[in-house]
Design a protein around this ligand. Sequence first.
Ligand SMILES: Cc1cc2nc3c(=O)[nH]c(=O)nc-3n(C[C@H](O)[C@H](O)[C@H](O)COP(=O)(O)OP(=O)(O)OC[C@H]3O[C@@H](n4cnc5c(N)ncnc54)[C@H](O)[C@@H]3O)c2cc1C
Length: 395
Amino acid sequence: MLDYSFSDEQELLRQTAREFCEREISPKIKQMMHDRRMPQSIWKAMAKMNFLGMNVPEEYGGMGADPISTAIVAEEISRADPTASIPVLFLVDNAWSYLVSKYGTQTLKEELLPKVVKGERIVGIASTEPNYGSDIGSMKSYAIEKKGSYLATGEKAYISLVRDIAEIGGGFVTVLKTDQAKKTDGVSLFYMPYDKSFDVTYLEEMGREGSSWAAFSFKDVSIPREYMLGNLNGGFKIIHEGFEFARGLISVISAGAALKSLENGVEYMKQRDAFGKPIVKFQGLQFQLADHVARIEAARTIAYKALWMYSAEQKSGRFTRFQVSKEIAVAKLLTTTWAFDAINDALQWQGAFGYSKECPEEWALRGIRSFQLAEGSREIMKVIIARETVGKENM
Ligand SMILES: Cc1cc2nc3c(=O)[nH]c(=O)nc-3n(C[C@H](O)[C@H](O)[C@H](O)COP(=O)(O)OP(=O)(O)OC[C@H]3O[C@@H](n4cnc5c(N)ncnc54)[C@H](O)[C@@H]3O)c2cc1C
């Protein structure tokens, strides 16, 4: 029997999250865009609501929430922050601290996770390098074991949250080669705390005005052996569990942002007259709206389904890793593409105002565009879907 409803607890969580976001996030967005950084008061308020490190087990101070509950909060944040900045902070921190909860050593979990829950540490992801993004096996940054620690050297690029992590505290789940002769079988994952010795270059980006983006290089930075996630040279096998959680959250965030933009567009169309009537009465515009509502509602359903499968696979192995990878890829491909198109039309309905810096759809268009690249590009989603459809032997 299929059941497409959220539980009573999840509905209550959504209501609580919506009220919180309308009170604590929405009023601060314009200031955030002006300052080009997230007000730390928002992060602190989110910690008080137990919205940070939501999946961290209770023994480390978290709620041990399931991925669907995390997605519900993510969706509400996406409605409140059209720039996608706070959604990015939320999704990256939750997805990658989850990987630490699952694969970190006892020492790392005890040191890091209670602070993540309190908002005193943020966990980012440092995978991409200047010359390789999708192709993880070709990456060059490496770690060499020395007297029970690892010395890390290399360069990471296009990394989100670097300034936030430098200012608040935290570090990155970092992809490092531990056997340079090998490709994906020579990759390990480490939690690498932000270090003052990093040589950081901040990058200007198209949107996400409240987030930060940077490249950083590091040389012989010491990482304790206990900060390795999973096994030596086993990083490639587990990194996808972090990516998939992040991609599922991105899917829900994209759908949420698009639905909010469509609502804004409808409100505008009701107020705006042309040729003697409100423009909402023009069937040409209603049909555009109907197409977007149909697509985004379908994509949102697939996004929650994909996260539900992820959740079941993580908890009980009910689905295989590959089934989950494919469903998550379908969700990310559809939501990120369709959300961008929906927001673009919602902007169009608002005429010249839509193109102005005052219009939330202008902010959303630039922010949501990032999701066709970040945490796995649109084309890599197609590669995954194709692989699971034609078989690995035909790739
Ligand atoms: C806003 C933003 C935030 C980001 N934040 C982070 C972060 O926090 N941490 C992090 O590690 N990275 C981050 N990234 C980097 C992101 O993960 C990469 O951009 C992405 O993985 C693609 O890698 P690339 O840019 O090196 O492109 P490449 O891998 O060099 O690919 C270039 C183009 O070729 C396509 N392509 C590659 N391989 C194939 C193939 N097999 N078939 C068809 N097409 C292919 C790609 O889709 C892309 O369009 C971020 C990127 C953006 C835009």
